[in-house]
Design a protein. Structure first.
Length: 586
């Protein structure tokens, strides 16, 4: 008769090297953990298990796909399943020396990065801590004991990207470029994609690292500006410029020439402003670069606008409109004809709002055409035309051609002159929906601006159905914002309406600063809006050429929520600070 003990897997055994090992207890099921944490219900687990799966898709992938769980919640459950700690890398200061102790290619391959020391071990953040081969490779590279923790693979990827294009690599590229410039080496053309960054010409390598750093820091613009002493490079992040680096002045011509080569701009012409465009890949992102060069007293300067192709909007609902504002705007775009104008200063997100409207209007029953300068985003199912003044294709000429091309919806990138304004307005009166932008301070002053451009007042009041004014505000970092109580007395002094204090003091939030937001207190931006609909009473005032203040007062009486009021509503909800609202609205 056999020994009953042999019928069960032993919990301890000798592995032949004199080491006694203990079998791990059976791993708990992911579904059980998610239900226990209150993230999903038993019914949702059952539904997910019954759904068809593609390839090697696991339960967690199905739950994510169906929207039953959020990525962070799934990672927490997986960490508990593997009896590991889950860490949010955005909440911790990383050990810069440790993070660079493992080669970038090794970290990228295994999606693992050493982050700090704890209790005599190096903590390694891993997207898949169950990968023992990856853990062995990291341990060998470090030569020390390690402790794996679970982390979001996207956060690990972002850290690895920062390592791959760190300031030290940028500095190395600067030094190599200086040596190359001293040897009077020519600027090389763009090498083939099979050549690694390290093998490229120093200036080429520096520009690539510069762009990668800008993308990693979420910059919308890169300013390359020669001064009397050096070359100043600044990034615009969340609408605010800040210093990025100051390479030697000797690199100016090389950097500007490299940028010109990329954008197919004449490198021999240095006396006149020029502009161009290039589509490139930075890391794993496809980006469009709009390049403008300007002759200054200290030499040529350049501004690179970064447009991310994978950052396309899905409609108006995701642009921050409050429900009442969105309802008013929808009432205008659902009409088959009329002119809808979006106003605001440069960089206030006007084009994004227009694209959002086009996304909602797109279907097989409509012919949608656009004329833009430049075409910022490609949209499937839409005929997009690029203005080309050298060839005689202006906004006005394109609009005339559109009217003969059986359009339903026309988007005009910008109304710049009276001719374009008149054609756009007349087109909206002949059964077309026209969307465009204009530079005015608010919605109430827009009709008079069109009249000043030469459009007859009766055409303005008949054609314009809605005017949207907007600004972009920096969003408070939700990880470090600080709440403070504000009394009614202080709030009214700060310009907050009395109605906000109906239930007593309110809590307003202020920036603090942390690793996640680069110690600025803000991360990302959102829009504040006002949507003015044309009514008979407003039309009568406009025909009388009444001041913008009177037009606004009547519009408010009819339900208009002004930029300031919309902004204060979002300040009260914790989206941004009162200081930021005052900065953008004055």
């Amino acid at each position: 008769m056999s020994n009953p003990a042999q019928a069960h897997h032993p919990r301890s055994w000798a592995d032949g090297t004199g080491v006694t090992r203990t079998a791990a207890p059976p791993r708990r099921r992911l579904g059980e953990i998610l239900v226990e944490l209150g993230i999903v219900t038993d019914e949702q687990i059952s539904e997910a298990l019954d759904l068809p799966r593609a390839g090697n898709e696991r339960l967690g992938d199905v739950l994510l796909r169906e929207g039953y769980v959020q990525p962070r919640d799934l990672l927490r459950a997986l960490a508990e399943q593997y009896d590991l700690e889950f860490v949010d890398l955005d909440d911790h200061a990383l050990d810069a020396e440790l993070t660079q102790a493992v080669p970038v290619h090794l970290s990228r391959r295994h999606r693992a990065i050493p982050v700090w020391r704890s209790e005599g071990r190096i903590v390694v953040a891993m997207a898949n801590p169950a990968d023992v081969l990856a853990l062995d490779d990291i341990r060998s590279a470090l030569g020390e004991r390690v402790r794996p923790v679970m982390a979001d693979g996207r956060q690990i990827h972002a850290v690895i990207d920062r390592l791959g294009h760190s300031d030290s690599r940028v500095q190395e590229a600067i030094e190599a470029a200086v040596d190359n410039a001293a040897a009077n080496a020519p600027v090389e053309e763009a090498p083939t994609e099979t050549i690694s960054v390290e093998e490229k010409a120093p200036i080429v390598k520096f520009v690539e690292l510069l762009l990668s750093k800008a993308v990693q820091e979420r910059a919308s613009d890169v300013h390359i500006e020669p001064t009397a002493d050096n070359l100043r490079i600044r990034f615009r992040v969340d609408g605010v410029l800040h210093e990025a680096m100051s390479p030697p002045r000797s690199l100016q011509n090389g950097i500007i020439s490299r940028v010109k080569v990329m954008a197919d701009i004449d490198i021999a012409e240095r006396r006149l402003p020029q502009d161009g465009r290039v589509t490139t890949t930075v890391g794993d992102q496809s980006v469009d670069l709009r390049v403008v060069t300007l002759p200054t007293v200290h030499g040529e300067a350049a501004v690179l606008r970064i447009l991310r192709n994978d950052d396309l909007g899905t409609g108006l609902s995701g642009l921050g409109f409050l429900p009442n504002q969105l309802e008013r705007l929808h009432s205008a775009i659902e009409r088959p004809w009329g002119a809808i104008l979006v106003t605001g200063p440069t960089g206030s997100g006007k084009s994004t709002t227009l694209y959002g409207a086009i996304e909602e209007l797109k279907d097989s029953t409509r012919n949608i055409v656009t004329v833009e300068d430049p075409v910022e985003r490609r949209m499937a199912g839409v005929k997009q035309v690029q203005v080309n003044p050298k060839a005689g294709l202006s906004f006005a000429n394109a609009l005339r051609a559109f009217l003969r091309a059986d359009p339903d919806v026309m988007l005009v990138g910008e109304i710049r002159d009276g001719e374009t304004a008149t054609i756009a307005v007349e087109a909206s009166l002949t059964g077309h929906l026209v969307l465009s932008t204009l530079h005015t301070n608010n919605s109430a002053s827009t009709p008079m601006r069109l009249i000043e451009m030469g459009v007859e007042p009766f055409l303005v009041t008949s054609a314009v159905t809605a005017v949207v004014a907007q600004r972009l505000a920096r969003r408070l970092c939700d990880r470090c914002r600080i709440g403070r109580e504000m009394t009614e007395e202080k709030g009214i002094d700060a310009g907050i309406p009395e109605s906000f204090f109906a239930d007593g003091p309110i809590e307003l939030f202020h920036p603090a600063g942390c690793e996640a937001c680069g110690h600025t207190g803000y991360r990302g931006r959102f829009a504040i809006h006002e949507v003015m609909l044309m009514t008979d009473e407003l039309a009568e005032l406009i025909l009388q050429r009444a001041p913008a203040d009177e037009v606004e007062a009547l519009a408010v009486a009819q339900g208009l929520s002004t930029l300031r009021h919309d902004g204060i509503t979002k300040v009260a909800s914790g989206l941004t600070s009162l200081e930021e609202l005052l900065r953008i609205t004055g």
